[in-house]
Design a protein around this ligand. Sequence first.
Ligand code: MSP
Length: 512
Amino acid sequence: MDRIYITTPLYYVNAEPHLGSAYTMILSDTLARYYRAKGYETFYLTGTDEHGDKIAQAAANAKLDPKEFTDQISATFRAVWDECGFAYDHFIRTTDDYHISYVQEVLNTVYQSGDIYFDRYSGLYCFGCERFYTDKELVNGKCPDHLIEPNLIEEENYFFRMSKYQDHLLRHIETHPQFIRPEGYRNEVLAMLREPVEDLCISRPKSRLTWGIELPFDNRYVTYVWFDALINYVSALKRRGEGEFQKFWPEAQHFIGKDIVKPHGVFWPTMLLAAGLPLYKHLNVHGYWTVEGKKMSKSIGNTISPLEMKQTIGMDAFRYFVLRESVFGQDADFRRESLIGRYNADLANNLGNLVSRVLAMQGKYFAGVVQPLGKQWTDEDNELKSVYEKVESEIGRHLAELQFHRALEVLWAALDHTNRYIVQTSPFTLMKDPANQARVGEILHHLLQAICQLARLLKPFMPDTAKELQSLLAFTEGDPALEASWGNSFAAGHKVSSPKVLFPRIEVPGNE
Ligand code: MSP
């Protein structure tokens, strides 16, 4: 049986869900829905990253105990994702007991094999990033993310012998071109691995931080937050039993943003190698969203909230926009003008009008009852059918390469073609002569068949709209008729519903 395991990063609970985190969710949710519908056994994982300095600090600012604080924010994340309709299979928290004990198991294994050692260390530490920086990584002596000078810290700590696995990982990436994709990020990791890789400090003394997973071999320390959080991708499967791990792990695909390539492209695979676990299949790296050309930030006040999007234009329109407007791997800019432009052109006009026109004609000419198809089909009829057949395989090809925007492009090209079919066949003109009634019935049957295909093909991208289309066609969810071949979806006497405005146009003042 075909299988796929899709993961998102675990979100830090020091910020609310926003466009950036929602983007990772939309990409991964779309892919999970696509493969699930294709019959793949699918496991889709998301959750929250709850230990470490940053979270302890945020809890202190909120005057709450870290556990109380993380319970609250993690629940908010979950509620927002549920409200957005993301169909994850499991929500993991790094404070979950099974995760904590599995992290300790991995730490023990790696410690016992000699790949974790104790050493005195002094280095430049950025509290914001929760990590040490080398001189080379700093920009003008400052942390490139937080733009502040790191603190010089000297302490005794435990280190993971990451350098030992550098060559192994380098060879693996060289021989598996699809391990990290798109290629630019693969090259970024290759460049890191062609320089000497330093061992990774994986402990934090409790004198500095208590909010973490205690090292099983030294209770004076907690685990470095990345060494804890990355393991979620395996602990979530192990929780379901060794069988589930064996089943899904070989098909693991991690979705992440470009800022966390190093932990996922270097730390994580070397940790897996040290723990004696196989490597994941793909690391899928997406770009960053800016808003109206500016970095999204709380202090500028330009963060985009997924729930606000849901309320204003609808979740499906938001999904459509981010998937259509961005190229996977590249940065994208969120502009309200483009959002409204695409909404009106692609959703209100192209998709919405097509569906309303067809259902309106069906209602007016045949009281909604679908008419039989004759044996003889015109060239236009055959072409319409073949356009949809082609689209299906093209979507599969584009999604396999994470080209979400291209998948939607070909789907919308099919919609354009369908609108042209109406112009070419001109059912409203034909209907003026009663002798043409049977032909008009056939034309509308083909058009309803096209909408039926759309309902199925749109499902992973715009699940609510797909459902709406199914109900307008008077099918219940999962009706096998939806999967039937062209010309076989509508039984004799099947009656479709009256039209409905799917995407009301957004009028922009001064733009009429
Ligand atoms: N907790 C770590 C991940 C640990 S995974 C074991 C983390 N969390 S995060 O909440 O800061 O980021 C979560 C995801 O949101 C990352 O993939 C990040 O790239 C993404 N984004 C945050 N801001 C973003 C944009 N402005 N645009 C696109 N994605 C961005 O990192």
